[in-house]
Design a protein. Sequence first.
Length: 277
Amino acid sequence: MTRSVRPRAVLAAAILAAWALVLSVHAWRTTHVSSAERLAIAARSLPPGDSWYAIYSGGERAGWARRQLDTLSGGRGFVLRERSVRDVRYLGTAARTETDLVAWLDMGIRLDSLVFRSVIGSDTSRLELRSEGDTVISLQPGGRRRVSDRPQLAGSWPLRFASDEAARSSGRSVILVLFDPRTALARQTTLRVGESEMRTWADSADTHPDTGEWISVREDTVRAWRIERIEGSLELPVWVDEDGRVLEAEEPGGLRFERTAFELAFFSESEPPEGMR
């Protein structure tokens, strides 16, 4: 006589088989997902927010900068806004320089489009870029250009660094082709990761009761990595925290950007930034 199998045992075996299948599918997806997909998944955790910077040239205050990251609805990516105001030497004389950038990035931190405006003294220039798929970009002015892959914005690589935990390994080097809207050119850049350490910056300010000057009243300490940004013969150090926010950076021409409180970023300016009056 054939012994019947209990329905409860059959159900338990079916549940175990289904669970094993789910685990195997998850393991396969984890090991077979592309680096671009992993980056897009990790980028979802990037925090939006504002960062303010004091700009120095030769050890003296030269201006201020603001960097703002927002997420787009529906998981479509990010919008990055940057504005800087500083004094430079232009055609042998001192001139006020202003730059404004609005860039739209996909979830892989790749460039979808941008609008860039630069004012040096009385000269104004404007650049617009739009990616047409992954192999063509359209520039105005400049026309259409064929590229090997959709470019990354020169100022967006810290976000990529924050989204890729493996990229924060000390001693690792990454080679990227970054588009610089100031020159309308893409340039190969090597990022070499150094050791991390705790860095302190002023995140709150108030006026001194006697002098009325803005002073730091609270500091924040975060872990940051020293990244050597290598472009040709230039090696420029940049300090980046795990959220992709730049704490300190050296730029060509002897400029240095230091993250600080909003008030300290432009306390020496005669007028506050646009939109903050």
